[in-house]
Write a protein that binds this ligand. Structure first.
Ligand code: BJW
Length: 247
């Protein structure tokens, strides 16, 4: 039996499945990862200049425009067969399947996944930099050309992407739900993440400690590679469809 057949069998037998995805999940849709050596965003841009609250306070225009560029990119790409396979797994397993993503591009939802726990927010939403209240498209359209638009919610507030920057807390409810799912799953698929960013990288370790079978699906090794139960050296778009095909 091949390693993929064997994993497909485990997926069929799972009573509680947790899937954690990272930027590699979206790579085959054309969204760049962060840390891949040649093509990752951090090979061309410094996270300290773009993905921290201090960077936004220093140069809001630079940060706003970088996210506007990435928002355009996220809107112009489409989910791939791996995203659709995870949506199909959710349809088959219902509440026994929990999908947690670090991605901010909304591709899981566009592929049909209904219950997606977003740990690092969503680039397609905009919030007030001070109150964190949502800012709608109509306001943004009215204030088009302001970089960034001011906030309707606070006189000193600015519009910013609803994402989690370094040093910021993750959304409390999302992290709590993800941690609970990690503690109760019997199978955990860790797809396309470098497992370098915490607390997301803690989730597979929580699952391992709780006795789950943890599988890393990634063409490259990560700091978790030596600890997981199984590694599948492959890409999301190739491996994930093979796991649901036999169900
Ligand atoms: C493929 C593939 C294919 C390629 N198929 N695979 C404990 C220890 C040390 C530090 C900390 C700690 N706890 C907290 C921290 C600080 C910090 C942190 O983790 N720093 C480390 C980097 C050292 N964490 C935080 O600040 C977090 N906040 C927090 O913890 O608050 C409380 C606190 C604050 C301060 C101190 C202590 C506590 C917030 C983290 C927010 C991360 N934000 C970003 C940006 C989001 C918005 C945006 O999109 O711009 O989130 S950074 C970036 O990294 C993004 C990602 O979600 C995240 C993870 O990256 P990911 O998804 O793993 O992508 P890559 O590029 O790293 O990896 C891609 C992988 O895919 C690779 O392995 C490839 O091989 C693979 N791949 N193609 C499958 N086709």
């Amino acid at each position: 039996m091949s390693e993929l057949d064997e994993l497909a069998r485990r997926v069929r037998a799972a009573t509680n499945l947790l899937v954690l995805t990272g930027a590699g999940m979206s790579a085959e849709s054309g969204v760049p990862t962060f840390r891949d050596a040649q093509t990752g965003l951090w090979a061309r841009f410094r996270p300290e200049d773009l993905a921290t609250p201090e960077a936004f306070a220093r140069d809001p225009k630079n940060v706003w425009n970088w996210y506007a560029w990435r928002r355009g990119m996220a809107s112009s790409v489409a989910p791939h067969a791996g995203h659709r396979a995870l949506a199909e797994l959710e349809r088959q397993l219902g509440a026994q399947c929990t999908l947690v993503t670090q991605n901010v591009d909304g591709l899981h939802q566009r592929a049909g996944s209904q219950r997606v726990i977003e740990l690092h927010g969503n680039i397609l939403r905009t919030i007030c930099s001070i109150t964190r209240q949502p800012i709608g498209e109509a306001w943004l359209a009215q204030h088009h050309g302001e970089e960034p638009p001011r906030s309707p919610h606070h006189p000193r507030g600015l519009a910013r992407p609803d994402v989690v920057w370094f040093g910021e807390s993750l959304p409390e409810a999302a992290l709590a739900e993800a941690s609970q799912a990690a503690g109760r799953c019997d199978l955990c698929l860790v797809v396309g993440t470098s497992s370098l960013v915490y607390p997301a990288a803690e989730l597979p370790l929580v699952a391992l400690a709780a006795g789950a079978w943890v599988v890393e699906i990634n063409p490259e090794r990560t700091p978790h590679s030596g600890r997981v139960s199984q590694r599948i050296e492959g890409t999301a778009a190739r491996v994930l469809p093979a796991l649901v095909a036999g169900r």
